[in-house]
Design a protein around this ligand. Structure first.
Ligand code: PLP
Length: 361
């Protein structure tokens, strides 16, 4: 089956097979990773290697902590303001889709966020021109969602915050490790693992070290980055098996030649899909402005919406599953994360062309 789900999503087959081969007995320890103490030497070697490989992949500067946390990216919507500002301080949000909007709404419980740009009135199909942004001079940070999973809108470049701290914060849940990123441009990056790098249950936070230690006094201990940084993500029992799986994915991404190589493959996959949509003479449509179309999540509709259910059903029969668009926007969506092979996208576009030939009359 080619699984086009938005997340939890497809994982590399070789990674799953490796996990299977050591499921009962990890490296001769006689234990499954699920059974290990998180403080034992075996698991410590797993989490340290995972962190070190992620640092290699993203070229993370030394003055950044890498944290393996729980609670999903949704928990970070609260943790970010709780750690980076006081209740009465302003922060800025650029809202390019539903996830950015959710992050903004959660932040309003903990500080004074302002949406300085929203694509909502145009149904989230673009990204603002950075020059026209009116940032709040006293804002403690500027928040973006680097890739809007539902709407398929992706930042190709990043705005420079003009606030006091020059602090850019990004939710990279759905394009994490899909391409190289200059981490030094960000104060904080967070991502749920379950799209590109592992199973659900692990959330990765990359944070500049000078930003920890100022959490609001009522911050729950589990949301305080300082606690997790000082305890190497082992303050409490971490999601051990999920971290192990992320580690296997990082190893695989390094073996593929790193994120520049991974990006080339992602560009190629997205290109053939968007080319098929563009070349369909309006039979298929992607609402997103061409320059900001996501390499990861490709939403599209049919000129004849009454055929959409049939499209999804027939595709599933051909073993291409989870192509239905998010319930809030309808249509279709093909999520083509790192682990989606080119063959999966080629099969999808062949099916799209055939479907068009049979129905475009
Ligand atoms: N942010 C983005 C961009 C997402 O795609 C998602 C989930 O799909 C979330 C946040 C929420 O993540 P979680 O379900 O891990 O809390």
């Amino acid at each position: 089956v080619f699984n086009f789900a938005a997340g939890p999503a497809i994982l590399p087959e070789n990674v799953l097979l490796k996990a299977q081969s050591e499921l009962y007995n990890w490296h001769g320890s006689g234990m499954s990773v699920m059974e290990m103490s998180h403080r034992g030497k075996e698991f410590l070697s797993i989490i340290q290697k995972a962190e070190s490989d992620l640092r290699t992949l993203l070229n993370i500067p030394e003055n950044y902590y890498v944290l393996f946390l729980q609670g999903g990216a949704t928990t970070q919507f609260a943790a970010v303001p709780l750690n980076l500002c006081n209740p009465d301080e302003p922060v800025d949000y650029i809202v390019t889709g539903s996830w950015g909007d959710k992050a903004f709404k959660e932040a309003s419980k903990y500080c004074k966020p302002k949406t300085i740009w929203s694509g909502k009135s145009e149904k989230y199909v673009n990204i603002p021109s950075f020059g026209a942004l009116e940032q709040t001079p006293e804002a403690k940070y500027l928040h973006i969602c680097a890739n809007e999973t539902i709407h398929g809108v992706e930042f190709k470049d990043y705005p420079v915050p003009t606030n006091g701290n020059s602090l850019l914060v990004a939710d990279m849940s759905s394009n994490f490790c899909s391409k190289p990123v200059d981490v030094s441009k960000f104060g904080l990056i967070y991502a749920g693992a379950q799209k590109n790098v592992g199973p659900s249950g692990v959330t990765i936070v990359i944070i500049r070290s000078d930003l920890i230690g100022n959490a609001q006094p009522n911050t729950p201990v589990m949301l305080d980055y300082k606690i997790h940084a000082e305890n190497n993500s082992l303050y409490n029992t971490p999601p051990c098996f999920g971290i192990y799986m992320c580690g296997l994915v990082f190893e695989d991404l390094i073996a593929q030649g790193g994120l520049s190589e991974v990006e080339k493959k992602n560009v190629k996959k997205a290109q053939i899909l968007y080319d098929t949509i563009n070349g369909s003479k309006g039979f298929f449509r992607c609402p997103v402005e061409t320059s900001v179309r996501s390499l990861m999540n490709v939403p599209f509709t049919l000129a004849k919406p009454e055929l959409e259910a049939e499209f999804v059903k027939e595709a599933a029969k051909e073993k291409m599953v989870q192509l239905k668009g998010h319930r809030s926007v309808g249509g279709m969506r093909a999520s083509i994360y790192n682990a989606m092979p080119l063959a999966g996208v080629e099969k999808l576009v062949a099916f799209m062309k055939d479907f068009q030939a049979r129905h475009d009359i």
